[in-house]
Design a protein around this ligand. Structure first.
Ligand SMILES: Cc1cc2nc3c(=O)[nH]c(=O)nc-3n(C[C@H](O)[C@H](O)[C@H](O)COP(=O)(O)OP(=O)(O)OC[C@H]3O[C@@H](n4cnc5c(N)ncnc54)[C@H](O)[C@@H]3O)c2cc1C
Ligand SMILES: *[C@@H]1O[C@H](CO)[C@@H](O)[C@H](O)[C@H]1NC(C)=O
Length: 435
């Protein structure tokens, strides 16, 4: 008897996107191998928030992903006395102007409210769902070579790694992050050159503080309730992680230039004080309590014309890295993984040509949405810095715009998205059988 799936999948990169996809494919009996450049699964120990749509996609990939997430999350209910904020995503607080220090609005995220994890904990737990033998560490892909059927070595893609070794699979999904190497084999050289990730016009300072330090800095309420501080030309965000024992902090000024070719550069406390001098008591007190004043450049990915070419596709930050101003990047990688897993796992998808049709359908359905996230996240930075055209610092307009920005992102019917992609894929497969 021939196996149900006569094709193999290689995943390049074991970040949140690559692992979510691998778990989804394994559950659907698709043969998969992961090639990860690092020596182990690795994430910075900072916080991550995942919005409602990606939260709903998790159990559809594999119920275990959602179980892990729900075991690791911190919510407002982890702070005794703050249970009433269980529907709250962020309280939005004025940092500048005559209302400085006051709450503009309680921004809700139904039904789950704010949920956050420590990135490294989430990635570690996802890694444990992947059986031994599936992951190959220390394998940095340098080159992909597509093999035609008529070559005697057989069809598929050859992956050449930095260490000189190589491996093969029928199809490849690049989940290799914003500096994606795989992307180079999906786009033309001209487009690849033209669409390198670019500085978004903002940098940030990030830290994780102990809850006690945080309470000392901004008081019990502001420390325990996820907060967005909006001000003229800058904004800040804080949310509890690790059962409210720690708080993730990020503060971002608009700044048109980034003169370094590095993504992170050392800075001094003086730089932070200068960048946020006008941002009110909460932010200025936070600054005095933040340890590491490195500046992190915020980059984003210009729109590209396709996420797939023949046997090679890209997913997550490799395809559409966005700025973090809507807390949506990892969620988009999870939504991508859900769609690809559903398509490649479909019982009617049995050979490489079907997998190629699946990649085309994935591109058609996921590209418009994930690229809209890039655009909308960039706008959100201006909104939070009171600089969005037509909104500025107007209280009512800010409130309604903040809701609008998040509704379309969160209210997606994730299963319908996958079904839409499935219909497109089946049309392609049936079309090619008839012709
Ligand atoms: C400041 C900041 C805050 C953020 N906050 C949030 C948030 O709150 N919520 C949210 O949803 N998102 C957030 N994001 C975005 C989120 O971090 C990313 O969207 C997400 O991590 C992307 O996952 P990924 O799997 O696509 O890529 P990555 O996590 O970048 O993983 C890529 C993997 O590929 C490996 N790799 C790279 N090159 C190769 C190669 N050539 N061969 C083999 N392996 C390779 C890497 O080692 C890595 O393990 C934030 C981003 C930033 C910058
Ligand atoms: C793309 O960039 C590389 C490296 O900078 C350069 O060598 C190459 O000529 C460029 N190709 C095109 C088509 O622009």
């Amino acid at each position: 008897m021939t196996p149900a799936k006569q094709f193999t999948v290689a995943i390049i990169g074991g970040g949140i996107g690559g692992l979510a996809l691998a778990i989804g494919l394994l559950r659907r009996n698709v043969l998969v191998q992961i090639y990860e450049a690092a020596a182990e699964f690795k994430e910075v120990g900072l916080g991550l928030t995942i919005g409602p749509a990606a939260h709903r996609a998790m159990p559809l990939i594999d119920p275990k992903i959602r179980e892990i997430y729900d075991t690791l999350i911190t919510t407002h209910a982890d702070s005794p006395g703050f249970e009433r904020f269980k529907d709250t995503w962020f309280e939005v607080v004025w940092a500048t102007g005559e209302k400085a220090g006051e709450v503009l609005m309680d921004l809700k995220a139904l039904p789950s409210g704010q949920t956050t994890v420590r990135r490294a904990d989430f990635l570690d737990a996802l890694g444990k769902l992947v059986p031994e033998g599936v992951v190959h560490f220390g394998k940095r892909v340098e080159k992909l070579v597509e093999m035609d059927e008529d070559e005697h070595e057989g069809e598929g893609v050859e992956m050449v790694f930095e260490d000189g070794s190589s491996a093969r699979a029928s199809v490849v999904v690049g989940c290799d992050g914003i500096h994606s190497r795989v992307k180079q084999f999906v786009l033309s050289e001209e487009e690849y050159n033209r669409t390198q990730p670019r500085y978004s016009g903002m940098y940030g300072y990030r830290a994780v503080l102990d809850m006690e330090t945080m309470v000392e800095a901004v008081g019990e309420h502001r420390a325990r309730v996820s907060s967005m501080y909006i001000g003229d030309g800058a904004y800040g965000v804080t949310y509890p992680i690790m059962r409210a024992k720690k708080v993730n902090v990020g503060i971002y000024p608009l700044h048109s230039e980034w003169d370094s070719d590095k993504w992170m550069r050392p800075a001094r406390k003086e730089d932070m004080r200068r960048d946020f001098a006008h941002m009110g008591g909460h932010i200025n007190s936070l600054i005095e309590h933040m340890p590491d004043p490195s500046q992190w450049a915020i980059f984003e990915h210009p729109h590209i014309s396709t996420f797939a070419r023949s046997r090679i596709a890209i997913l997550g930050d490799a395809a559409h890295a966005s700025t973090p101003h809507q807390g949506a990047g990892a969620g988009q990688a999870i939504e991508d993984a859900h769609v690809i897993a559903e398509l490649l796992g479909d019982p009617r998808v049995t050979d490489s040509n079907h997998a190629i049709a699946a990649f085309q359908a994935y591109d058609a359905v996921r590209r418009p949405r994930s690229q809209r996230v890039v655009t909308s996240s960039a706008q959100n930075a201006y909104l939070l810095c009171l600089r969005l055209d037509g909104v500025g610092g107007d209280e009512e307009k800010l409130k309604s715009r903040l809701n609008v920005q998040l509704r379309w992102l969160w209210d997606l019917d994730v299963q319908e998205q996958a079904e839409g992609a499935r219909r497109l894929m089946l049309e392609r497969i049936e079309g090619s059988i008839e012709s």
